[in-house]
Design a protein around this ligand. Structure first.
Ligand SMILES: Cc1ncc(COP(=O)(O)O)c(C=O)c1O
Length: 401
């Protein structure tokens, strides 16, 4: 994995050049669409011109459609090129995809990435294999983000929820096999698999090889979406050789959240999928902009796409690796202390979450450090997420309690 970092001057110049290729409200005559800049009476020009991101916000580029399907060549083509580059860096460098073989766009977040993937796969099963909705199920662990429960409801499909071991939080594969056999008896033959690259509560990374082996042995149709909303900008740095990316032919799509570890503004999920699959979203109904058919969102924030590009380029791969290393070093120190004190905790060795058992916690600490439990009514675990703003002093202070 390698991409180059750019200096602030190079970043600012590139963004300026990109905007010079867009329509510019105030300069170009934009009269045919319901688009405009942000209101200059509220968002003052003098302030925003100091910062390329605020400038991009103010310019209000609308990136409709999917940049990897071809730049529209109209209103916002300059900044769409930057989105395209951000998608390529994520797909090809971070997620080991072959050059030019992935599509993607900056989505609203991890939820949209999960919905988009499941929607594509449901349509594929229906269109290609003539499956009925009642024959399709989402398959995921019980620790998977609640967005998958939304998806089952939205798409009208069933769920097969895999149990996990109480401390490793890994899927119980023999039990999963039984559940798949039961689902087959009930007429389900098509599975939309969501594999976690870091669960929300424990940061656990699913054993994708174990999971797909069971599915292969059970001879069912399936497609795998990797949910990297939490771990997508951590795990590839802590375990560069891994199987939850496009080097694994069993992975079809991946979702990442730039608004978590990457610290981009909210509204920056990164949806990635192998080429050829977006067609399953194509509608046959008339549409007024031909390129808008491949994304769940219609209008999307160009400024958010630029923010992702800026962060990727300002750090370069080596800079991001160093950022991840810092929080992982902090986690290791914390775990060594917990071991010494014989405090029970769970963590995935490649991820930056430590979940501490409830019996070691008092309400005052939970409140003081804004900790979150696995279950609000009956907590067993409380998680500590080692993000960029968490430093050694904070951790030491917490451990001294
Ligand atoms: C693993 C996982 N998937 C999906 C999501 C949903 O992401 P978003 O809130 O960006 O929609 C989250 C959010 O915490 C998450 O941790």
């Amino acid at each position: 994995m390698y991409w180059k970092r750019l200096s602030t001057t190079e970043i600012n110049a590139t963004i300026k050049k990109a905007f010079d290729r867009n329509v510019r409200f105030g300069r170009s005559k934009v009269m045919g669409l319901p688009i405009s800049s942000m209101d200059p009476r509220i968002f003052h020009k003098e302030v925003v011109q100091q910062s390329p991101f605020l400038f991009a916000m103010m310019q209000n580029a609308n990136h409709g459609g999917c940049p990897t399907q071809g730049i529209s060549g109209d209103f916002f083509e300059g900044t769409e090129h930057l989105e395209n580059e951000a998608i390529q860096l994520c797909a090809e460098q971070l997620m080991a995809g072959k050059p030019g073989m992935q599509d993607g766009y900056i989505a609203a977040g991890g939820t949209e990435c999960n919905v988009q993937a499941a929607w594509i796969f449901r349509n594929l099963f229906k269109r290609k294999y003539k499956a009925e909705s009642s024959q399709i199920a989402l398959l995921h662990s019980e620790d998977t983000h609640y967005s998958v429960w939304k998806i089952a409801n939205l798409l009208g499909i069933k769920q097969v929820v895999a149990d996990v071991h109480s401390t490793t939080r890994q899927i119980d594969l023999p039990l999963l096999r039984k559940k798949i056999r039961q689902a087959k008896k009930e007429g389900i033959g098509y599975f939309i698999v969501v594999a976690n690259m870091g669960t929300t509560m424990f940061g656990t990374v699913d054993d994708i090889d174990g999971l797909t082996l069971v599915l292969d042995e059970e001879e069912v149709f399936y497609k795998v979406h990797v949910d990297g909303a939490f771990g997508g900008f951590t795990f590839p740095f802590t375990k560069p050789k891994n199987n939850l990316n496009f080097s694994n032919t069993k992975v079809t799509s991946i979702g990442l959240d730039a608004h978590k570890m990457l610290q981009a503004p909210y509204g920056t999920g990164v949806f990635l999928i192998r080429k050829g699959y977006l067609n399953y979203l194509a509608t046959t109904e008339p549409h007024f902009m031909a390129h808008k058919i491949h994304t769940l969102s219609g209008s999307r924030s160009g400024a958010n796409a630029i923010a992702v590009w800026m962060i990727l380029r300002a750090f370069g791969s080596k800079g991001l690796q160093a950022k991840v290393k810092r929080v992982m070093d902090l986690k290791r120190k914390m775990c060594a202390f917990l071991d010494k004190k014989k405090i029970e905790y769970i963590h995935d060795e490649h991820m930056n979450i430590v979940a501490i058992h409830n019996r070691h916690m008092v309400r005052e600490i939970q409140h003081h450090y804004n900790l979150v439990p696995d279950n609000h009514e009956n907590p067993t675990w409380w998680k500590i997420v080692l993000m960029d703003h968490v430093n050694e002093r904070m951790i030491q202070d917490f451990l001294d309690h």
